[in-house]
Design a protein around this ligand. Structure first.
Ligand code: EPU
Length: 421
């Protein structure tokens, strides 16, 4: 298992490019199951989760081909017919987003069998909302032997209200509704940019969708979808992670190929903490600052502060003067990084779903363990600011969602290397 070694204290400067959004690329790839024509996708990040989705689609019968052999970000997918309806345990256990094949497989092929994801490091994460919405569209849902088996001989449009905002749930049902007979009205939808990106792609494929990016989405079902060409939006969480790295260890860095409109909640929070940023077209410039101020934070569905940035921002708050309260409202167990940050010298206490961060506390390098994707990113950010050497174990968590983060940071002046084992 690879490790990352970071020698902290180097100031970062220069320009860094953001890759395509992992969480937009996964539904975009799954959408290939909705048509027998070819999807041409561009700006797909070369991260493990995208590779896992490619593997899963391959097992289901998809043909995938890179446009250029040396460019993993652009490829064509076509699914002339499915070979299997099943997302196996081995793949679902490494990537919960495998569940995104449920809606499109069912809608075009009448059946899907997906291993139930079960809990994960950040919480229980059930898929009950996906399943009850599919039932409303007319599917029968059976759960047996650890699999969910959904079948239908033709989905019908329905009125569906999600009890809780769910990102992949909204995406799954959006895909299914595109091929349902009649109109579907989805209420309390996720408004995340990744949902909008999927709706854009589906629209290019011939779907009739209104309201993506708002709480209510209306879908008029069509008989078939066509092929399309689509470039995945920039990864707002990777951009945010780089911006926080700049805030904690930067002279000045420029994060390019991002969409600043997707970063409003983060940039406003940084300003409250005392970090000023400048926004240009597709770029954010950020300067590291002294005299940071404590701030309270509450994770919320988009456009609120993203749970996927909570750990990284907490690292910055350890360097701010005063007490910050960080409330995690999306996932019940997303504080695994707290114990590791404390081992590096932070003073963070937990009170249920709220972390109490007292600062500023100098950080010192230590051996730490990555426990999930965003927790790994927060440890990298902490390592940049810490005195001495930080050795991060289980870097495969980071590789699921960040494309060569260590190379990007090294080009900005960080002393960071991957130890391959
Ligand atoms: N929930 C239910 N029932 C459901 C679905 C969700 O109770 O049927 C609950 C979840 O347990 C959670 C909340 O609703 O408490 C929100 O979960 P959501 O369904 O929105 O999460 P997700 O779709 O599984 C996506 C991202 C996550 C991101 C969350 C929240 C993808 C592939 N994953 O997950 O990304 O944290 O939305 O924004 O889009 C990451 O990239 O590190 C990551 C975990």
């Amino acid at each position: 298992m690879d490790k990352l070694r970071i020698i902290g204290g180097h100031r970062l400067s220069g320009r860094v490019e953001v890759s395509g959004a992992k969480n937009a690329s996964l539904p975009a790839m799954a959408a290939s199951l909705l048509t027998d024509k070819t999807l041409k996708l561009d700006n797909v990040p070369a991260v493990w989760d995208s590779a896992t989705m490619r593997r899963l689609l391959g097992e289901l019968g998809a043909q995938l081909q890179q446009v250029k052999p040396d460019d993993p970000h652009r490829f064509e997918i076509s699914v002339p017919s499915v070979r299997s309806f099943e997302a196996p345990y081995e793949l679902v256990k490494t990537m919960r987003a495998s569940v995104l094949v449920l809606g499109p497989l069912l809608a075009r092929h009448g059946r899907a069998r997906v291993s139930l994801p079960g809990g994960c490091a950040i919480g229980a994460r059930p898929i009950d909302l996906h399943l009850s919405a599919l039932e409303k569209l007319g599917a029968t849902v059976r759960i047996e032997h650890g699999f969910v088996d959904v079948q239908s001989d033709g989905l019908r449009g329905a009125e569906i209200y999600f009890d809780n905002v769910t990102v992949t749930g909204t995406e799954n049902i959006l895909m299914a509704a595109c091929l349902a007979k009649g109109e579907t009205l989805l209420g309390n939808c996720a408004q995340e940019p990744e949902v909008v990106d999927l709706a854009d792609l589906l629209g290019r494929m011939g779907a009739r969708i209104e309201g993506a990016g708002t709480r209510t989405i209306r879908v008029a079902g069509v008989e078939r979808l066509e092929g399309a060409t689509h470039s995945v939006i920039p990864d707002r969480i990777e951009a945010g992670t780089l911006i926080v790295a700049g805030a904690i260890a930067g002279d000045e860095i420029e994060v390019v190929h991002c969409d600043p409109h997707h970063l409003t909640a983060l940039l406003e929070k940084l300003s409250e903490i005392g970090i000023e940023s400048e926004v240009g077209e597709k770029l954010v410039r950020v300067k590291g600052g002294a005299g940071l101020r404590a701030a309270n934070l509450r994770t919320l569905p988009y456009p609120g502060f993203p749970t996927d940035m909570q750990a990284q921002l907490m690292t910055l708050l350890t360097q701010a003067e005063g007490t910050s309260l960080v409330a995690e409202t999306i996932f019940e167990n997303r504080f695994m990084h707290v114990a590791e940050l404390n081992r590096m010298g932070a003073d963070v206490g937990l009170d249920g779903r709220t972390a109490v961060v007292k600062g500023p506390t100098p950080l010192s390098g230590a051996r730490v363990m990555a426990t999930d994707l965003r927790a790994s990113a927060c440890l990298v950010v902490a390592g940049l600011a810490a005195q001495g050497q930080t050795l991060i174990d289980r870097v495969y968590h980071l590789d699921r969602g960040y494309e060569r983060l260590e190379e990007k940071l090294a080009r900005l002046g960080a002393e960071i290397e991957r130890l391959q084992q």
